[in-house]
Design a protein around this ligand. Structure first.
Ligand SMILES: [Zn+2]
Length: 505
């Protein structure tokens, strides 16, 4: 099959004023002016006039929880709540709309967006149901609140700490394990994958990412055995997966295991990130490491020795120090080609970005996290103004040669939402242009995963993963849906607004 996309604004901008692309089978075979590309096309090629719409490489969400995104989207969401009363109403509504004895699992509340930031407790949850287990997870994924039956359920399943029976809070470890403790059935899992594919493709995302424990990795194995995987996924595995060698064989052309994921600290919302100085609103507290730094260094060395990339979640400046120490112990000069990376790196400072560049470790950053950087918002409350203004320094990272790249972390999964935040960064000196930001969601994201077959560039010979948008992605209204998404040369999503004006030439 051959397809000519013409009359396009190609982004990121090109110096050659090309406005058309020829796709033959799974490849881009020509890029140029409409006249040149039509002349180069084989007889019978279909033509689609984009009439000035924006054509981009397929977006690459370099930090996403693909399977979880599908699972979560099938659960009741509390993301729209704006008060504790809304939260209570939202849980009550879900209880009515989703009756049954099985645990009710709700997602994505964020008290920092409420009129008063009151964290819900077990007492409130008990007022909603005294017999059906209810679990409501915060948007960060590191904190959940349960009612008394929910508490009993989790205590049966989770032998470790991190459970505050008084408040009904599951903090860090038990919360991070909830998807494993309450793993969807094989059938539910396939529906969740379908939904994750649909969501990603509707946003123009053709490459995504997943972070997996053994149980969810097995669900991926079932998906691949059924030949049903669609969006390309680069996977990073939690340490326990490496104890089961047969799990490491799971893979396909679209789903590739890249390496090890280490969770080194928590989050700013939970005040569990490891920071150098006290929290602004909690004097005497500095969060903490979730792993022993020496054990992390040993794990990094082992994974590196076995040929894996290592992705370390490090949000606080102290956690970033430890992550860099671990990478510094590796043989010099091997990190960049291996694809070692620091996830989030929100509080990265000048001393650290210099080290990061010299070590060849790339930061995978989340522009959408700037949603919490507004005056008086979560970051300012937790860290104060001075540290707030030093966070997420995208232009500095780019200028220092650290090769940053973007991912959404699913909060929300929309790349367009993050692109807008990168362009409108609250610190003017750290703003990116639309094209620079888009590169971090395409070409730079591809470079962050050495060996990934899609380079995120629109050029002859490249795999035809493409997306069409009504306007520049950073200017789109939320959620920034694509009009057309092409994966491996095949149209896999067509939204409203782009009539099938295809004709043959
Ligand atoms: Zn994440």
């Amino acid at each position: 099959m051959s397809l000519i996309l013409h009359g396009a604004r190609i982004r990121p901008r090109r110096s050659d004023h090309a406005d058309a692309v020829l796709v033959v089978h799974d490849r881009i075979t020509a890029v140029g002016t409409t006249a040149d590309v039509i002349a180069a096309a084989p007889a019978g090629a279909r033509r689609l006039d984009l009439a000035g719409r924006v054509l981009t490489p397929g977006l690459q969400d370099a930090h996403a929880h693909f399977f979880q995104m599908g699972v979560i989207s099938r659960r009741a969401s509390l993301a729209e709540c704006r008060s504790l009363e809304d939260f209570r109403d939202g849980v009550a509504r879900a209880l009515r709309e989703r009756p049954g004895p099985e645990p009710l699992f709700l997602e994505s509340w964020d008290e920092t967006a409420w009129d008063r930031p009151l964290v819900p407790t077990r007492e409130l949850m008990d007022g909603l149901s005294a017999d059906r287990p209810i679990l409501a997870r915060r948007i960060c994924g590191h904190l959940a609140v349960v009612n008394t039956p929910g508490l009993a359920l989790i205590r049966d399943l989770w032998p470790g700490g991190g459970i505050d029976a008084d408040t009904g809070h599951l903090i860090e470890e038990p919360c991070l394990h909830l998807d494993v403790l309450l793993l969807p059935t094989a059938e539910e899992a396939q529906r969740a994958f379908d939904e994750a594919d649909r969501m990603a493709l509707s946003l123009g995302v053709t490459t995504s990412c997943d972070f997996l424990r053994p149980s969810a990795l097995r669900r991926w194995g079932e998906r691949i055995n059924a030949g049903a995987e669609r969006v390309r996924v680069n996977a990073f595995l939690l340490g326990e997966c490496f104890e089961e060698p047969e799990l490491l064989e799971i893979g396909s052309e679209r789903f590739v295991i890249r390496g090890l994921k280490i969770w080194s600290d928590g989050t700013i919302g939970g005040r569990t990130a490891a920071v150098r100085e006290d929290w602004h609103d909690r004097p005497g507290e500095r969060g903490g490491m979730l792993v022993d730094p020496a054990a992390m260094t040993a794990a990094v060395a082992k994974a590196h020795g076995e040929g894996w990339a290592v992705a370390i979640h490090a949000i606080g400046d102290r956690a970033i120090d430890h992550a860099l120490d671990s990478f510094a112990a590796l043989p010099r000069g091997e990190s960049r080609s291996r694809g070692h990376r620091i996830e989030h790196a929100e509080m990265v400072g000048p001393d650290q970005w210099t080290r990061m560049r010299d070590l060849g470790v790339r930061p995978c950053v989340q522009p959408n996290f700037l949603q919490w950087a507004n005056p008086g918002g979560l970051y300012e409350v937790a860290l104060g103004r001075r540290r707030l203004e030093a966070m997420n320094p995208f232009r500095s990272l780019l200028a220092a040669g650290c090769q940053p790249f973007f991912g959404s972390d699913g909060m929300p999964p929309s790349p367009a939402f993050g692109l807008r935040h990168a362009v409108e960064h609250p610190v003017e000196a750290e703003r990116l242009t639309g094209d620079e930001a888009l590169r971090l969601y395409t070409e730079a994201a591809a470079a962050g995963v050495p060996g990934h077959p899609v380079t995120g560039r629109i050029a002859p010979g490249e795999i035809a993963d493409l997306a069409v948008f009504e306007d520049e992605p950073h200017r789109l209204p939320y959620p920034g849906s694509a009009l057309l998404t092409i994966l491996d040369g095949v149209v896999v999503h067509q939204g409203e607004g782009l009539e099938r004006s295809a004709s043959s030439c």
